[in-house]
Design a protein. Structure first.
Length: 177
């Protein structure tokens, strides 16, 4: 790809990770190599299972999936290990980005990692600036900062209108997790 762009999917509505995975599938179908990293998340969500199966069937490392979370800790304060995992994740993603092996990089929940203090905003801004011109970079998660959105070429805000969660419906396997 000659020209890649920076995309941000943010907001309080459902669908940020789902949209990024849809783009992942589209890019793979077009022959791109994809690096998909999840920050915060370390739990086995259903999307990871199918993406790992897809990665195994594609071979040659066309789809690399990484998780840089230690379980879902958003109900507690992050520990030093959570910060170390996020920092190591950003460092590993940067090495992958600079390798020239990927046409699409997805950094899922990176905005939340900034909000929760796992990563400084400045480190992510520097990461964006190092992006090779031919790579598409997708950053997801609630709480995208103004500076992150200012660096993006495309910003989509998922806005909730109605959600069954508000009526006590828990996250369902295969739909929300």
């Amino acid at each position: 790809m000659d020209k890649g762009y920076v995309q941000v999917y943010t907001g309080n509505g459902k669908g940020k990770t789902t949209a990024a995975i849809g783009l992942c599938i589209r890019a793979l179908g077009a022959g791109f190599n994809v690096y998909f990293a999840q920050f915060i998340k370390g739990m086995r969500y259903s999307e990871i299972s199918i993406l790992e199966g897809l990665s195994a069937s594609l071979g040659d490392k066309r789809l690399v999936i990484k998780q840089f979370g230690r379980g879902c800790f958003i109900m507690r304060e992050p520990e030093a290990e959570d910060i170390k995992a996020a920092e190591a994740g950003l460092e590993e993603a940067q090495a992958a980005m600079l390798s020239g092996n990927y046409g699409l990089m997805i950094l899922d929940e990176l905005n939340v990692a900034i909000k929760l203090g796992l990563l400084p905003e400045e480190a992510v801004l520097a990461f964006i600036e190092r992006r090779p011109a031919g790579m598409e970079l997708v950053i997801t998660g609630r709480y995208a900062t103004d500076k992150i959105m200012d660096r993006a070429h495309l910003v989509t805000e998922m806005k909730p209108i109605r959600h069954y969660y508000d009526n006590g419906i828990e996250a369902r396997t295969g739909i929300e997790r």
